[in-house]
Design a protein around this ligand. Structure first.
Ligand code: MN
Length: 303
């Protein structure tokens, strides 16, 4: 029998500050304590950040391997370009889903609309063995299904939440949902076969865990709930925006370096060499920006 809801154990880890180009981010995943949540292996909370008059997001062409990038905005706009020839403006509530497979390159650029403010999350999903060497792909979803939570709405980016399913491609059994909550108590249905994480973008939420005060989750931290929970009870006293991600625990031991997700250092070294040599593996991004150069991984550096 499942444990009662108020006995859900919640583990909170603090993210760390990082920088992606000129953009300050909080990296909620991976941390030393937690590498993956389902197949989700990377969560960057970007901003909220206002650029100076001339500025904007500018992430020059760089490669990816063995993962899907999930780009999701709360505010602002970003222009995506990739080596498949895709050029796609993304705005809040829309999903850019890029599947790297055996290799892709992309840039994320300022759409030049002036007065740029940016707030969003970029997440990565590790691809399973049966798709990670496939051709790369890109999907844009301008609209996604929503579910009413009583105290707000859930927008389903990927997978299924309650009875609502996203049309987005999914290579493993996982889910990603934006929660827009008004003050009140919200009961979220969870898939017991999944482990889950809650990342707050704005506001704060108290997760019921059986203790008198519950566990408060604010921007900059990640609240993890292990497999087996059937629901999550959130209390919020202000408007709160959060992402709930989850999935069947990812069994493969992954190797991550830079923008690559693989299974071994050999695979990572190989991808590094391919990018450094400018070979065809990652293609060309039709961008005016200079492609990113990177130093070799530490295990290839000589003293
Ligand atoms: Mn990228």
């Amino acid at each position: 029998m499942a444990p009662p809801t108020d006995a859900v154990r919640v583990e909170v880890t603090d993210g760390r500050a990082a920088q992606v180009g000129s953009l300050p981010v909080r990296r909620a995943l991976p941390t030393r304590r937690r590498r993956t949540v389902g197949a989700w292996c990377f969560v960057d909370h970007m901003g909220p950040h206002s650029f100076a008059a001339e500025g904007g997001v500018s992430v020059p062409p760089h490669p990816h391997l063995g993962l899907q990038t999930v780009t999701w905005l709360f505010d602002g706009a970003v222009l995506h370009r990739d080596s498949l020839g895709s050029e796609q403006l993304i705005r809040p509530g829309q999903l850019n889903l890029m599947t790297a497979g055996a290799g892709i390159a992309h840039s994320e650029e300022d759409p030049d609309e002036g007065g740029q403010r940016i707030h969003g999350m970029q997440l990565w999903v590790a691809q399973p063995d049966h798709t990670r060497w496939d051709e790369p792909a890109f999907e844009h979803h301008a609209e996604l299904p929503r579910a009413d939570l009583g105290t707000g709405t859930a927008t389903v980016l990927v997978g299924a939440f309650g009875g609502t399913s996203s049309p987005a491609r999914r290579d493993t059994d996982h889910v990603g949902v934006q929660l827009d909550l008004r003050p009140g108590t919200t009961v979220l249905p969870l898939e017991p076969a999944y482990e889950h994480a809650l990342i707050v973008a704005e506001g704060s939420a108290v997760v019921a865990d059986g203790t008198a005060g519950g566990v408060t989750v604010v921007p900059g931290s990640l609240a993890y709930v292990a497999v087996g929970a059937e629901e999550l009870v959130l209390r919020s006293s202000m408007r709160t925006v959060a992402l709930l991600v989850g999935g069947v625990p990812f069994d493969d031991e992954i190797a991550m370096w830079w923008n690559f997700v693989a299974r071994s250092r050999e695979e990572l070294s190989d991808a590094y060499r391919g990018w450094a040599a400018g070979d065809d593996r990652f293609g060309r991004v039709p961008s005016a920006l200079e492609r990113v150069a990177v130093a070799p991984p530490p295990w290839l550096r000589t003293a």
